[in-house]
Design a protein around this ligand. Structure first.
Ligand code: AMP
Ligand code: ZN
Length: 113
């Protein structure tokens, strides 16, 4: 846990979030600035700054499978969705607590901007 980390504060419930999933390892909540009709962030409860610092393959697997589960619940599994982990400057990472974006509910372009 990092005292001043925004997402650690959401894990500790010091900051409100619209939770969509919570278990022993993972939390998921709606992005405050959604870029698609479904835009959920899936995070590990433990503080990991970015994918560069991740070492726990089970944790990465849990984030990914949680996203797939939420996509089903949100009704976008069949129509399609995108999962994204932004890492560092060139990808535009702004919050340095590892998070996986789940985006769905609209047509998306490739390559991303
Ligand atoms: P990234 O640019 O990949 O680091 O993504 C950070 C995401 O966190 C952005 O999409 C923000 O809109 C989102 N965000 C920032 N603060 C909050 C918050 N308090 N609750 C929910 N989402 C947030
Ligand atoms: Zn954190």
């Amino acid at each position: 846990m990092a005292d001043d980390c925004l997402f650690c504060r959401i894990v500790r419930k010091e900051i409100p979030a619209k939770l969509v999933l919570e278990n022993e390892h993972v939390m998921a909540f709606r992005d405050i600035n959604p870029q698609a009709p479904v835009h959920v962030l899936v995070i590990p409860r433990e503080h990991v700054a970015s994918l560069n610092e991740a070492t726990d393959s089970e944790m990465i697997g849990r984030l990914t499978l949680a996203a797939a589960e939420i996509a089903k619940r949100e009704g976008v599994a069949e129509s399609g969705y995108r999962t994204v982990i932004n890492t560092n400057r060139d990808a535009g990472q702004t919050v340095f607590h590892l998070h996986l974006h789940l985006l769905g509910g609209r047509d998306m372009r490739w390559p991303p901007g």
